[in-house]
Design a protein around this ligand. Structure first.
Ligand SMILES: C[S@@+](CC[C@H](N)C(=O)[O-])C[C@H]1O[C@@H](n2cnc3c(N)ncnc32)[C@H](O)[C@@H]1O
Length: 237
């Protein structure tokens, strides 16, 4: 993929979802004028959409490279939790064959994005109409994905081969928010990948836990882990 379609509103969301794409001037503006100003004005007007698109594509290709060392994405049913603008899903769709993506996201942008740990899980930065436009305009076929609004829709029940949640589940909000749902859908083969500051905690939840990467240049110093096989006693809780 050499070029990505995006407009200013989509680029703004990408910038909020992937804060590492900020240039030095944007970082300064954020520091000087605060998060409210940054979220609502600077993230939209103090940037060049095509440049954000280029950087985003680059980052997502790197993410794909890391994940594809451990996972084969061909012929898979994939669940994405907090996928952001789905740059990773676009790359998977392009590089692998015959996938279906179920995508769970929120449909609003918080007034002031802080990137903290949010126990109430109120913070969000997405717009599901823009996400649909972004996917279709970048070549994803309508019949290969479905988007679910976390706050309004019933979440999909299916046999998932891979669940991916980069910098969302257990990075910004507690894994346990999804535990009951995950108990319904995880089977013996499902692999789940997410970023967390507490990898050891998951040794009591999954039989297999492996660290894929150390995230040093992110807001929270976290590890990316891949887990499988829920420990049985959890199924009875
Ligand atoms: C830091 S962004 C990461 C986006 C994307 N995974 C990436 O790596 O570019 C976190 C995303 O999680 C979403 N989010 C927050 N709470 C969520 C929830 N309960 N379920 C699904 N997505 C959620 C936000 O709207 C936001 O798009």
């Amino acid at each position: 993929m050499n070029k990505i379609y995006l407009n200013r509103n989509i680029a703004r969301l990408i910038l909020l979802q992937r804060i590492e794409l900020l240039g030095p001037i944007q970082k300064k503006v954020r520091k000087l004028f605060g998060r409210y100003f940054f979220t609502n004005f600077a993230a939209k007007y103090f940037m060049v959409p095509s440049l954000i698109g280029k950087k985003y594509l680059n980052s997502m290709e790197k993410e794909y490279e890391i994940l594809s060392k451990y996972l084969n994405f061909d012929n898979k049913t994939i669940l994405s939790i907090g996928s952001g603008m789905c740059g990773l899903e676009l790359i998977i769709n392009q590089k692998a064959q015959n996938n279906f993506f179920h995508i769970i996201e929120k449909n609003y942008v918080s007034e002031k994005v802080t990137y903290g740990w949010d126990n109430n899980n109120n913070e969000a930065y997405n717009n599901l109409s823009l996400l649909n436009i972004f996917l279709i305009k970048n070549g994803m076929k309508k019949k290969t994905f479905k988007v679910y609004n976390f706050d309004l829709d019933s979440l999909p029940i299916a046999k998932f081969d891979i669940i991916v949640s980069l910098f969302s589940l257990d990075y910004h909000y507690d894994f346990n928010l999804y535990l009951d749902y995950l108990k319904k859908i995880l089977d013996e083969e499902t692999q789940i990948i997410f970023d967390t500051i507490r990898p050891d905690y998951f040794e009591n939840i999954f039989k297999n836990v492996k660290i894929l990467q150390d995230n040093q240049n992110t807001v929270h110093k976290s590890k990316r882990i891949i887990c499988s096989k829920l420990i049985n006693r959890l199924n009875n809780i």
